[in-house]
Design a protein around this ligand. Structure first.
Ligand code: AHG
Ligand code: MN
Ligand code: MN
Length: 300
């Protein structure tokens, strides 16, 4: 049985060490989810009130990764700016808790992380990442890990010899070419006409609407079932809601490893420069042909 740490060895021993530290932080976070509820009195740079669990997830991951000894910079959605830790080492970009509006209702949440080889000198592109992953805190805790060429699904073992480790469930994940689900964020009245047309077409083709309010959960079902997830450009937010560095970048990297495609509506998210740590971008991600059709509608 291969663990996350075993799979990461192809990227060198430091990457294994980093992902071991990440796993330990996730295990601690899972123990705390039932106990830590409610908001804090602080706001992040996007003007969103931080939940106590957002802050805890951020602290746990920061501590674990700082202590791993192989990270030079950590940038997270909850920090005002990237934090430099050492001269040499990987740069990690993290959404510590994605879907935190789902805490009270106990719907899906997860953690998103992208890893760059060296210092984070803007502009960077998501294609510069060497690997990326996300977790899903659901009925079981799963993790999708991607190198440039391959996406793997792992599951956190809760008992026995492998307790507390992510073990391989499936290698070579491929987003199905036949689409069956779609989810689009933002309120319908704020969608651009091309997005409304796109959704009409998806419905006519018989795709089923699935929207859960967390990027990890919503993208994860597209990865498994085929289709598209979008948090689009809207009339009031032309750059969308999702963060290019922390959310769209790692998810785009994973989608490409699974032979899918991620676009900002015009071109590939993977090649779109990130000039600021707090940059947002529209995101359309999933089965390649479906996302390409959206691009076509946006052009016309
Ligand atoms: P976060 O919890 O990290 O702030 O991210 C929330 C994001 C993303 O997960 C999701 O796709 C989107 O916000 C949901 O937005 P709505 O609540 O507007 O549907
Ligand atoms: Mn998020
Ligand atoms: Mn978050």
């Amino acid at each position: 049985m291969r663990t996350l740490v075993d799979i990461a060895k192809q990227l060198g021993p430091e990457m294994s060490g980093l992902l071991d530290a990440f796993t330990q932080a996730v295990v601690t976070l899972l123990d705390e989810i039932p106990n830590v509820q409610g908001t804090s009195s602080s706001f992040n740079i996007y003007g969103e009130e931080q939940k106590q669990l957002d802050l805890l997830a951020n602290d746990l991951l920061l501590n674990a990764l700082e202590n791993s000894g192989c990270v030079s910079t950590i940038a997270t959605e909850e920090l005002d700016k990237p934090k430099k830790i050492a001269e040499r080492g990987f740069s990690v970009v993290i959404d510590p808790l994605d879907g935190s509006s789902n805490i009270e209702s106990n719907n899906l949440m997860g953690t998103i992380m992208g890893i760059y080889q060296d210092a984070l000198n803007f502009p960077v592109k998501p294609s510069d990442q060497i690997c990326a992953l996300y977790t899903v805190y659901g009925p079981s805790t799963t993790l999708v890990f991607a190198t440039r060429s391959t996406a793997y699904e792992l599951v956190l073992v809760r008992k026995g010899e492998y307790k507390g480790k992510f073990v391989e469930k499936k290698a070579n994940l491929i987003i199905p070419e036949k689409p069956s689900v779609y989810g689009v964020g933002g309120s319908k009245k704020s969608w651009l006409p091309a997005v409304s047309k796109f959704v009409e077409e998806l419905e006519q083709k018989g795709l089923k609407l699935r929207y859960g309010g967390s990027l990890v959960g919503d993208f994860n079902q597209v990865l498994h079932n085929g289709g598209v997830f979008a948090y689009p450009a809207t009339l009031d937010r032309p750059e969308g809601k999702l963060r290019h560095l922390y959310e769209a970048g790692p998810i785009a990297f994973i989608a490409h490893a699974a032979k899918g495609y991620a676009s900002d509506g015009k071109s590939s998210i993977l090649e779109k420069p990130i000039t600021r740590h707090d940059q947002c971008t529209p995101l359309y991600v999933g089965t390649t042909a479906v996302v390409k059709r959206l691009e076509e509608l946006m052009r016309s």
